[in-house]
Design a protein around this ligand. Structure first.
Ligand code: BGC
Length: 824
């Protein structure tokens, strides 16, 4: 930005909401979204010179979420800009080419709502301040001259509609009878804008991708209901007047005594776009839900009649849309908020005709970098659920959940899912940007990272596995993308964090969360000490990568010291006192044991899984590292048994309960008992979805290598489901084929295998200029390699690693058939 300053209107205000997480109420139909006075709107009318324009560019940002219009047309096709950064420190500048929109006489309008700056989601940490806009339009003429129309005191401002209320948690109230300032500016009263200076952030170039519409869904069914009938439960059940399935269901004549629930068939994040015909002044209200009440029974956690929308798990977030129509045929969609929902219910106070309903999916524009499928439909469903979790929770920042009164950058959730995220989409710059938010979270806290970033919860102490995200995320990004910048630009910050942790001796960070939401509790201090050791180990690696041998020695020393303390305190004979699945997973994942003891731990972990009847007992942490760790320890058969488990708790259990995204709890909903604890019951929480990393790295074997990060060289160690008949738990069957494609930083890698007859056939692609160290399970050393019968030891670089034949391959497509060890 060359010239623009922040400007606002004297009436732009933020209410001081003293209580952000008010436990005295939860979202319910008795609450209404009230119309406010409108939102901050800025206007500038300007003339261009009488010369040919070669280029016109808008550079802009806002304290709040903003939408801009030039001559009535919206500028840009991104959403919720400028996104969420720590407003104490920085706000992003956006840039748009508007050459096509600029004319001789121009009307520029920007509208700004509180968004992450001053909405309730900010928890008041940026103060209760007005919204503000800063921007400039640069016009370059063919004679080489340019002019800049920049925000200053000559701009006009007001607080006006049609967006009367806009709040991320609460929703948006839109009154179409109020003319839009970008079309009919004369309908509003304007005064001179005033400079806004009460901020501390710098305007910086945007890092990462903007938020945008990533897809569109159509409803799969509609249910019109009116009234409630007694069915012997607390709330009864809705009386359904008609139901429609498929393409026809979008069109509906809805009377004011009715409500219609549209099911998008998929828990998604974004907003509906509705097209309706109505009488002027009709009030149309949209409610959102991830689930429907199943019976009307309070004892099953229902909050309303059977078949109605289950909305109380949004807690204090109203998550509503209200549209007041101006009459006739109109299209509505909100622009200043987003919702997490599978169901949208429409109610109206006058009869309307609904012409169409679309679900616009919103998220950071990260694309999809991987595909995975196998011959097990429920695993494919789980994979799809995990992808949808990524799409909805990678929205400007990595969030815990997208629907209730949180949607925060919880650090633990972020580090747990980060590597999985890298397989599913290109999260390199997204995470680089977020690491900046994390650095900002240290300011004023002695170097301690926040539990959430941007830091809006002000607990002083970082918690283990949460604060430690600041050390762990860079590792994942470096490993997956081979980009050292993320380490070099973050190193000093990590050192500050490590310095902060010194105050706890060898205890590690605070223990508020531990193995969050686990079934079998792992000593929380054990978790902290383990993570602290891992931090030190990673710091030693970073020091080496950055060529700082002294620091490397220091951190290796620290690692050894913590490990010694850890061993003394937690190792009892050949077991851990933290004798849980998670206990052993952390010990093994972080390299805290070696040799015989390591083997003993692997055996014990296997026993723990078996004793637990091949179900999980892990929370966020154990589950997050389960795939990687069990795989590395050769326990892939156990992983298959856990993955294909359908009893509670397991990944497929929630699939069987109807999940279309990954849930916060293993039992967020069960057909047997109904809804889980409403205090924390999100149906779109990606942490447990971290297992998808193993779909790529274990099942299909596409694994990064520390020596050649970013897949410049990589491991290809596909691991078919080789459980023998006696090893397969009751009710399960083997996966017989799987295939993954991964658009890595070094090119597209594919890897798949199919079992047929007595053979397993592998197919893979090694991209140009890369090298794969392939390890195939091939005990007898015989294979058909691209059509030729060979002995494995004829392959380049052949060596044996247990049952695997390991060899080197360069660029090419390969088909290898091996005798199926299961059949041998
Ligand atoms: C969030 C979690 C988060 C946690 C901290 C919750 O309310 O939704 O995902 O990590 O708090 O324990």
């Amino acid at each position: 930005m060359e010239k623009g300053i922040f400007i606002t209107d004297r009436e732009s205000r933020t209410e001081n909401k003293s209580s952000f997480w008010d436990s005295s109420y939860k979202n319910n139909y008795g609450l209404t979204l009230e119309p406010g006075p409108g939102i901050l709107t800025l206007k500038k009318e300007f003339r261009t010179r009488n010369r040919e324009i070669v280029r016109a560019v808008v550079r802009s940002t806002a304290l709040g979420v903003y939408v801009m219009y030039l001559n009535g047309a919206e500028i840009g096709n991104d959403e919720l800009k400028p996104g969420w950064t720590d407003y104490h420190s920085r706000v992003f500048e956006n840039e748009y080419d508007v050459t096509e929109l600029v004319r001789e006489n121009n009307l520029f309008v920007a509208e700004v709502s509180g968004g992450w700056w001053s909405g309730r989601i900010s928890f008041g940490v940026y103060g209760y301040k007005p919204c503000a806009f800063c921007g400039e339009i640069e016009i370059v003429y063919s004679d080489g001259t340019k002019e800049i129309v920049a925000t200053d005191g000559t701009w006009d401002s007001t607080v006006c509609g049609p967006v009367l209320t806009a709040e991320i948690w609460e929703g948006e109230y839109f009154d179409a009878r109020i003319p839009h300032a970008s079309v009919t500016p004369e309908a509003h009263e304007w005064r001179k804008a005033i400079p806004f200076t009460d901020y501390s952030c710098r305007i910086t170039p945007m890092i990462g991708q903007p938020v945008g519409v990533t897809g569109e869904l159509e409803p799969v069914s509609s249910t019109v209901h009116s009234g409630v009938r007694d069915n012997g439960t607390t709330f009864g059940e809705i009386i359904v007047s008609r139901r429609k399935f498929g393409g026809e269901c979008q069109t509906e004549n809805l009377s004011r005594s009715e409500a219609v629930i549209f099911d998008f068939g998929q828990n998604m994040v974004g907003r509906p776009e509705i097209t309706v015909i109505s009488e002027p002044g009709t009030r149309i209200e949209l409610f959102f839900a991830e689930m429907l009440n199943d019976s009307g029974d309070r004892s099953r956690g229902n909050d309303g009649p059977g078949g109605s929308m289950y909305i109380e798990n949004y807690r204090t977030a109203l998550s509503r849309n209200v549209f007041v129509t101006s009459g006739g045929l109109e299209k509505f969609e909100v622009r200043h908020t987003f919702h997490g929902f599978r169901y949208a219910e429409i109610r109206c106070d006058k009869d309307i005709r609904i012409i169409s309903v679309r679900g616009k999916v919103i998220g950071s524009l990260l694309g999809e970098s991987g595909t995975f499928s196998c011959d097990h439909p429920e695993v494919n469903a789980l994979y799809s659920n995990i992808v949808w979790g990524m799409k909805g929770n990678y929205l400007s920042i990595p969030t815990d959940c997208p629907q209730r009164d949180e949607r925060l950058g919880w650090t633990g959730d972020t580090q747990i899912f980060c590597r999985t995220g890298s397989y599913l989409c290109d999260n390199r710059d997204f995470m680089r940007k977020w690491l900046g938010d994390l650095r900002d979270s240290q300011e004023g806290f002695d170097g301690a990272y926040g539990d959430v970033a941007p830091r809006v919860l002000l607990g002083k102490e970082p918690n283990s596995a949460w604060g430690d995200a600041g050390i762990i995320v860079p590792y994942n990004i470096w490993l997956m993308y081979g980009d050292k910048t993320v380490i070099s630009e973050h190193f000093e910050s990590m050192e500050r964090y490590m310095k902060f942790l010194e105050r706890y001796g060898t205890e590690g960070a605070a223990t508020a969360y531990g193995d969050w939401l686990c079934y079998d509790v792992t000593d929380k201090r054990f978790v902290s000490v383990s993570y602290y050791a891992y931090d030190a180990k990673l710091m030693a690696l970073y020091s080496r990568l950055l060529g700082m041998p002294e620091k490397e020695t220091y951190y290796l020393g620290l690692f050894r010291k913590i490990r010694e303390h850890w061993t003394e305190r937690y190792v009892e004979g050949d077991r851990l006192s933290a004798d849980t699945q998670t206990g052993y997973i952390l010990a093994l994942a972080f390299g805290l044991v070696e040799g015989e003891l390591k083997n003993a731990f692997i055996t014990r972990l296997a026993e723990k899984i078996k004793e637990n009847d091949y179900t999980l007992s892990t929370g966020f942490l154990g589950t997050g590292m389960m795939g990687r760790t069990l795989s590395e320890c050769g326990l892939h058969k156990y992983l298959y048994s856990l993955l294909l488990q359908t009893k509670d708790p397991s990944w497929l259990y929630s699939v069987r309960q109807g999940a279309t995204t990954v849930w916060e709890r293993w039992n967020s909903y069960t057909r047997e008992r109904g809804f889980g604890n409403v205090e924390m019951n999100s149906f779109n929480h990606y942490s447990y979805g971290a297992i998808a990393e193993w779909f790529y790295s274990g099942i299909c074997g596409i694994t990064p290598a520390e020596e050649t990060p970013g897949f410049a060289g990589f491991l290809l160690r596909p691991t078919p489901d080789e459980r023998t008949a006696s090893e397969i738990p009751e009710g399960q069957r083997r996966i017989n084929s799987a295939c993954a494609t991964y658009r890595s930083a070094s090119g597209v890698i594919t890897s798949g295998w199919t079992r047929y007859g007595d053979n397993v056939t592998y197919r893979f692609t090694v991209p140009k200029d890369t090298r794969a160290t392939v390890g195939l399970i091939c005990p007898d050393g015989k294979m058909i390699f691209n059509g030729a019968d060979i002995e494995a030891d004829e392959l380049c670089g052949f060596r044996r690693e247990g049952e695997r034949a390991v060899f080197e391959l360069g660029y090419g497509n390969y088909t290898v058939t091996i005798n199926d060890p299961v059949k041998a």
